[in-house]
Design a protein around this ligand. Structure first.
Ligand code: SF4
Length: 311
């Protein structure tokens, strides 16, 4: 049964928040080489735009041995950062660590492919929204479809021929849109034999992109994950490009001090109560609006909420 949602709801949930973070995303640079119309990345400004070396090293050092999955990007393109092999090498000093990338594929080449595959990638996700320049071009502005297809195909050849497919999973993903549905069959036929899995994903709404209602549900995003900007601030969510949900700062605290802070705990309680209106970032976010959280419902329900203002 789907959990009810709405201002009159008094449902409470007990989400499976982890004792330690399991996933850490780090925005090592605030740059993407595409200007996709659905992504607010190109509006982001941060100082510094490039995370200092000591900062990403501090985050990694403080979480060694914890079995963390590191995603060295936020909403930027990871391979814009030429330090990426060095960052991977540093992460790999920890045998419990894993590394995952989401990439547009446009900056890969044979030399880099081999270098990063040798360093060890656990999951490589390619975002390719189309199977022709006509459908791809309008959604991935600034990138050339044929070039991306060639570079991604080449990466996957090296991945398979080099035997990297034993330890590294590859996904090729397209956002499911009416404009590209007619190409999905051909897309699957081309990519499926080449990678581990082809996925058609839902287009999500970034918070504060026109939402007027507050969703009275908990959230999965920060149950086990942390997100760091290039300036060292930690935010609640990877869908927070403009720092509405800042919850700590690696310049003044350790990773675990932030994760265990009273502020973080307060956010967990608020989201367990489905009271997104009390959190500026989450008050205008419809993520998981239709998700069934009933497995996490607890009794007794809480008091009815008052003013769902959202600001
Ligand atoms: S409610 Fe939305 S903005 Fe808030 S943490 Fe969840 S996904 Fe992010």
């Amino acid at each position: 049964m789907t959990s009810p949602s709405g201002p009159g709801v008094t449902t409470r949930w007990n989400m499976p928040y982890t004792e330690e973070p399991r996933f850490i995303q780090m925005e090592t640079v605030v740059i993407c080489n595409a200007k996709c119309p659905f992504c607010p990345q190109h509006e982001v400004q941060r100082d510094p735009p490039r995370m200092p070396d000591w900062m990403w090293k501090k985050i990694i050092d403080e979480t060694r041995g914890m079995g963390i999955v590191y995603r060295p990007f936020l909403i930027n393109e990871p391979f814009v950062d030429k330090r990426m092999p060095e960052i991977m090498r540093y992460i790999r000093k920890d045998p419990t660590a894993k590394i995952e990338f989401n990439t547009n594929g446009s900056l890969l080449n044979d030399e880099l492919d081999r270098e990063i595959l040798d360093l060890g990638i656990d999951v490589m996700r390619f975002s390719i929204d189309g199977f022709s320049q006509e459908t791809y071009g309008p959604s991935r502005v600034g990138l050339d479809y044929e070039d991306v297809k060639r570079r991604t195909t080449r990466f996957l050849e090296i991945w398979k021929q080099g035997g990297y497919d034993k330890d590294c999973r590859t996904e090729v993903r397209m956002i499911d849109l009416p404009e590209n549905r007619h190409e999905q069959e051909a897309y699957r036929a081309y990519w499926e034999p080449r990678c581990t899995e082809v996925l058609f994903t839902e287009l999500y709404n970034w918070p504060w992109q026109g939402q007027t209602e507050c969703v009275h549900k908990p959230c999965w995003k920060m149950t086990d994950s942390m997100y760091f900007y290039s300036d060292g601030k930690a935010t609640l969510c990877c869908w927070d490009p403009t720092e509405r949900g800042v919850i700590g700062d690696i310049k003044t605290h350790t990773v675990m001090e932030i994760w265990k802070s009273p502020q973080y705990d307060a956010v967990r309680t608020i989201l367990n109560d489905g009271r997104r209106e009390l959190l500026h970032l989450c008050s205008r976010c419809d993520a998981y609006k239709n998700h069934d959280f009933s497995a996490y419902e607890v009794n007794p329900p809480r008091e009815p909420m008052t003013e769902p203002d959202g600001r």
